[in-house]
Design a protein around this ligand. Sequence first.
Ligand code: URA
Length: 185
Amino acid sequence: MDFENWDGLIEAIHACEACELAKNCTQKVPGVGSREADLMIIGEGPGHDEDIRGEPFVGRSGQLLDRMLAAIGIAREQVYITNIVKCRPPNNRDPKPEEALMCRGFLEAQIRAIEPRVILSVGRVSAHNLLDTSQPVGKLIRQMHTLPGTDIPVKVTYHPAYLLRTPSAKATAWQDLKQLHRLLK
Ligand code: URA
């Protein structure tokens, strides 16, 4: 998808009615942060809080994500945060492959506009869609990836919602953050 400029892209996201998700969400959640960001963080899709606020990662997962970034000296304002899908899936179900596909052009345009040095892919849905794989996250986090069709490095890590449920995974996530920090230096 080609858009005249950034504002045109965001307007197109707000106007999109390409799939069922658009009918059921409160509002679109295009993304937030710096357009000059070196780091782009890509999650799955808006949850309840994000749907109400119109901003990604503002609920409990988002607060943990902010603390994880702060631990490596990065403020939320320095990065660009978005999701695979821009509308909340009902009852927080996984976005369907066809829904992710409908949103794909928006995400690709956001990546082209921001030209991040590194992408942090959080959670299974994000990693599977970005890397076009179905391997478990526990395997994907063990190696670096490249966004298909580009030379942008992709670091996969656990979703903060998973870390909230599974504190034992936090040690691995900390290693991921340290690796991310090295990549950005
Ligand atoms: N989980 C996500 O993957 N994205 C959000 O924006 C919020 C929670």
